[in-house]
Design a protein around this ligand. Structure first.
Ligand SMILES: NC(=O)C1=CN([C@@H]2O[C@H](COP(=O)(O)OP(=O)(O)OC[C@H]3O[C@@H](n4cnc5c(N)ncnc54)[C@H](OP(=O)(O)O)[C@@H]3O)[C@@H](O)[C@H]2O)C=CC1
Ligand SMILES: [Fe+3]
Length: 454
C-alpha cells in the first residue's frame, strides 16, 4: 500500500501539490475546514476534517497562509510527533518578528517542523516542471528532514539541506528576491548608458548647437543611441573579463590560490555571465540600429540633396575611388560581423542546456579563449571606426574626445593585461599556482614549504 500523505488547505498550492504527489504514487488526504464543499480536488484524493486527516498520516503539508495558523494551536494534540512541512511565504521581508516556520513550531511544540518547498510555485507543480529543480530544506529534527527529503527526491527534486530551523528566515526570503544576480550588471549598464548618453548629448548635439547654431537634436533617436549601445556593450564585455584577469594577477602576487578573494571581486566574478548577456543584448541592438541607417530620412535626404545641389549648380565634384576608405569601411564591417557572431556563440554556450553538454575544458576554451578573441575583435572594430572617422578629418578638440575613444580604454587595458598573462613565463607560474603549488616565503629556511595559507 503506498504511503499516505496529508495536506492542510485546499487552495492553489494544496491542489497542485496533491496532484503531483498522486502522480508520484502517493495517496493523499486533505484536511479542510469544509470537507464537503471545498471544490474540485485531484482525482483519487480524500478530504476530511483537519483532525481526522492528521490522524491518518505522519507527514502533513501546511498549505495555509501564515495568518491562519492559529487553528493549528487548538489541534496541537492531534499533531504530536507528526512531521509538519511549512511551505508558507510572506508578501514582504520582515513583516513578522519570527520566521513562519519558527512560529509554527512554537504553536505546535510536539511536532517536528520542516521548512521547505516554498520556492516552488503552484504553477510549476501543476505543470510538472520539477525535474532537476532545487529545493532547500531546514529543520531541527534530522529524521523529519530525512523523511521529507526522500519524498522530495521521489518528486524529481534535488534537495539541499540548509541546517536547523533558524535558517527558515533565509529560505522565506528566497522567493522575494527579484533576479538578484542581475541587479549589479543592470545597474552598471544603466549607469554607463546614462553617462555616455549625456556625454554624447553635450558633445554632439548641444555643442553643435552652440558652436554652429545647428539644430541636430533629431540625432538623439538613432545616431546617439547607436553610439551609446556599442560603447556600453564593449565596456560591459570588458567588465565581464576584467575580474578574471584581476583574480589571476592577485593569485600571482600572493603566490597561492588558497586564500579568499576580496568580497567585491567575488561578487563581481559571480555576475560575469549576466554582464556578458547584457553586453550581448546591447550588441544586438547596435546591429539592428545599424541596419536601418540607409533607410533613414536624414541619410536619404543628405545623399539626394548633394546630387540636387550639383545639378542646380551644374558642376560635379571629382568622384574617385578611395582605396583606403574601401579597405577601412570593409574591414570595419567584417570585424563587426565576426565580433557579433562570436558574441552570439558566447551567449549560446552560457545557456545551461548548451553549456551542460560541454566538458569543462571545452566550456573554458569557449568562454575564455573565444571570449577574449571576441573582445579583441570588437575592440579592433572600435579602433577602425575611430580611424575611419579620423581619415574623414574631423575637427575634434582634445578636451572633448569622441565617445568611442573613452570606451576603448577599458577593453584595451583588459587585453594588455591578458597578453601579459599569456607570456610563457607568467603562464607557467600561474598554471603551477592553480595546480596547488605555493611560493615558499623567503624567510623560510627549512627547505620544506608549508601550506600555511590554507
Ligand atoms: N500558490 C503558490 O504558488 C505558493 C504558495 N505558497 C504558500 O502556500 C500557502 C498557501 O497558498 P495558496 O494555496 O496559494 O493559498 P490559497 O488562498 O489558495 O489557499 C489557502 C487555503 O488555506 C485554507 N484556509 C484559508 N483560511 C483558513 C483559516 N482561517 N483557517 C484554516 N485554513 C484556512 C483554505 O483551505 P480550506 O478551505 O480547505 O480550509 C484555503 O484554500 C501560503 O502560505 C503561501 O505563501 C508557497 C509557495 C507557492
Ligand atoms: Fe559597430
Amino acid at each position: 500500500m503506498p504511503e499516505l500523505l496529508c495536506i492542510f488547505g485546499t487552495g492553489d498550492l494544496g491542489r497542485s501539490l496533491g496532484l503531483r504527489l498522486l502522480q508520484s504514487g502517493y495517496r493523499v488526504v486533505y484536511g479542510s475546514r469544509r470537507p464537503h464543499s471545498c471544490g474540485p480536488l485531484p482525482q483519487g484524493a480524500q478530504v476530511m476534517s483537519h483532525a481526522a486527516a492528521a490522524q491518518s498520516a505522519s507527514l502533513i503539508f501546511i498549505c495555509v497562509h501564515r495568518e491562519h495558523y492559529d487553528f493549528l494551536e487548538t489541534m496541537a494534540s492531534h499533531l504530536e510527533r507528526k512531521v509538519l512541512v511549512d511551505l508558507s511565504n510572506n508578501l514582504k521581508k520582515g513583516i513578522y518578528p519570527e520566521a513562519n516556520a519558527a512560529y509554527l513550531q512554537r504553536l505546535v511544540p510536539g511536532a517536528a517542523v520542516v521548512k521547505g518547498f516554498n520556492t516552488l510555485s503552484a504553477w510549476a507543480l501543476q505543470n510538472g516542471l520539477l525535474a532537476g529543480k532545487q529545493v532547500h530544506l531546514c529543520g531541527n529534527s534530522a529524521a523529519a528532514k530525512q523523511a521529507v527529503a526522500e519524498m522530495a527526491t521521489k518528486l524529481g527534486l534535488t534537495v539541499l539541506d540548509k541546517g536547523s530551523l533558524s535558517a527558515a528566515r533565509e529560505l522565506e526570503d528566497f522567493p522575494l528576491q527579484l533576479f538578484p544576480e542581475w541587479r549589479l550588471p543592470l545597474r552598471v549598464a544603466l549607469g554607463l548608458m546614462a553617462f555616455f548618453f549625456f556625454y554624447l548629448l553635450i558633445r554632439d548635439v548641444i555643442y553643435a548647437y552652440v558652436e554652429q547654431e545647428q539644430d541636430i537634436s533629431y540625432r538623439i533617436m538613432v545616431s546617439l543611441a547607436n553610439k551609446v549601445f556599442p560603447i556600453v556593450s564593449l565596456v560591459m564585455l570588458s567588465l565581464c573579463y576584467l575580474p578574471g584577469v584581476i583574480a589571476a594577477f592577485l593569485q600571482l602576487y600572493r603566490g597561492t590560490k588558497y586564500s579568499r578573494f576580496p568580497d567585491w571581486l567575488d561578487r563581481w566574478m559571480l555576475c560575469r555571465k549576466q554582464m556578458g548577456l547584457v553586453a550581448l543584448g546591447l550588441a544586438l541592438l547596435h546591429a539592428i540600429y545599424t541596419f536601418i541607417i540607409p533607410i533613414r530620412y536624414a541619410v536619404r535626404h543628405k545623399l539626394i540633396s548633394r546630387v540636387v545641389d550639383e545639378m542646380k549648380n551644374n558642376k560635379t565634384t571629382p568622384f574617385y575611388f578611395d582605396d583606403t576608405e574601401a579597405w577601412g569601411t570593409d574591414s570595419f564591417y567584417v570585424l563587426g560581423i565576426l565580433g557579433f557572431f562570436l558574441y552570439v556563440l558566447l551567449g549560446l554556450t552560457s545557456l545551461p542546456s548548451v553549456g551542460g553538454t560541454l566538458s569543462w575544458r571545452e566550456f573554458s576554451f569557449i568562454q575564455s579563449k573565444l571570449g577574449h578573441l571576441t573582445l579583441f575583435i570588437c575592440t579592433a572594430h572600435g579602433y577602425i571606426y575611430g580611424w575611419n572617422k579620423f581619415l574623414r578629418s574631423s575637427t575634434y578638440k582634445w578636451y572633448t574626445p569622441p565617445g568611442y575613444m573613452l570606451c576603448l580604454i577599458v577593453p584595451s587595458v583588459v587585453l594588455v593585461l591578458k597578453v601579459i598573462l599569456l607570456l610563457p613565463c607568467v603562464d607557467r607560474t600561474l598554471t603551477r599556482i592553480r595546480q596547488g603549488w605555493e611560493r615558499t616565503k623567503p624567510n623560510e629556511e627549512t627547505g620544506t614549504s608549508k601550506a600555511t595559507n590554507l
